[in-house]
Ligand binder design. Structure first.
Ligand SMILES: [Zn+2]
Length: 192
């Protein structure tokens, strides 16, 4: 019997795929991080569903419009395509975190992950969770899977401690995180 659920790579966007600039609204400011396209291409080649999960509270704050966000998203897709790499789906939370009651989608909430898992029939326990902040890998604590926190200038020290405490690995780049994940993937399948 084969399991139709597919493994996914849940990737943060800013600071993970592209250089982190605050509330990016101009497509010309898109700059892929050095090994991001190659890493995503490796995931594509292994039939791992590449899902971007991103908090964009600048929209809720009125600092960028949905159209500006979409233009940036399209530019990222275009730049990745030049390198033969493809994002399969993107989930975005536009909400301001200070909204009364909050929302269920903003990371570290699970809302965007749960939608992706349902809509794309994903197997979270065989999936990768990666980003430069704790909130990007926190879902793995609830959902299972293989998580890696990236060591970047924007990652607070206490988040490394938190990740280590949860048994989450730390890597210098998306490419390194993907290498580790693809190496671990066969064993992840064994422990379903
Ligand atoms: Zn939200």
């Amino acid at each position: 019997m084969t399991d139709k659920k597919r493994p996914a790579a849940f990737l943060d966007r800013d600071g993970t795929i592209i250089r982190d600039t605050v509330y990016i609204r101009d497509p010309d400011d898109v700059e892929l991080l050095p090994d991001a396209a190659a890493a995503i291409k490796r995931l594509n080649e292994q039939s791992i569903v590449v899902v971007v999960v991103t908090n964009q509270s600048g929209i809720g704050r009125g600092l960028l419009s949905p159209a500006e966000y979409e233009a940036v998203r399209a530019r990222i897709d275009a730049e990745l395509a030049e390198h033969g790499a493809r994002i399969d789906a993107t989930y975005m939370c536009p909400h301001h975190p200070d909204l009364a009651g909050g929302c269920d989608c903003r990371k570290p909430g699970l809302g965007m992950y749960r939608r992706a898992i349902t809509e794309h029939q994903l197997d979270a326990k065989r999936s990768l969770f990666v980003g430069d902040r704790w909130r990007d890998v926190a879902a793995s604590v609830s959902l299972g899977g293989f998580a890696t926190l990236l060591d970047t200038p924007s990652t607070p020290d206490e988040e490394f401690d938190r990740a280590s405490h949860q048994g989450i690995g730390i890597a210098p780049s998306l490419g390194d995180a993907v290498d580790r994940y693809l190496h671990a993937l066969p064993a992840l399948g064994d422990r379903q």
